[in-house]
Structures are given as C-alpha cells and as structure tokens.
Ligand binder design. Structure first.
Ligand SMILES: [Zn+2]
Length: 85
C-alpha cells in the first residue's frame, strides 16, 4: 500500500510539470491519475491548473508558428507574475 501511495504522490513541481505537459502533449493514464490525486489534496496546483488553462487559451493559439519564442517568454513572464502574487 505504501508503494502505491509513493507512486501516486507527486511533488508540486512535478504536478505543475504534468499540468503543462497535459496542455501540449496530453498525459498517459498513470500520469493523469497521479495528477488527479495530487489536485484533490493541493489547492495551489488546482489554482495553477486553472491559470495555466487560461494562459493556454489566450496564448496557445500561436504557439506552433514562428512567434513561439515570443509567446513562450511572455507566458513565462506572466506565470512568474502569478507565482509572485
Ligand atoms: Zn501541489
């Protein structure tokens, strides 16, 4: 049982990585499960996910064209600002 818990428990850093990954590449079944378990116990990452989805909707439309670098750095800037609130 302890092993199962270890498999399912994510750090917040790993959880936010999965949130970002989900937006662009999708997640495996295990990753989805791990993220869902984490989100049920972590308010920070739940909020992060909502903000990330919002940013993805706003900025994501151009992420695959030549403006990728601009949008990525802008996105990073916005995320940093949110984290510093
Ligand atoms: Zn978390």
């Amino acid at each position: 049982m302890k092993r199962l818990v270890n498999i399912l428990m994510l750090s917040c850093q790993k959880a936010t990585e999965l949130i970002e990954k989900e937006q662009y590449f999708g997640l495996s079944t295990l990753e989805k499960l791990r993220l869902r378990v984490h989100l049920t116990i972590c308010d920070f990452c739940t909020r992060y996910k909502q903000q990330s989805r919002f940013l993805h909707d706003v900025l994501g439309h151009h992420s695959h064209d030549h403006a990728t670098n601009v949008n990525e750095s802008l996105k990073e800037k916005i995320i940093n600002q949110i984290e510093n609130l």
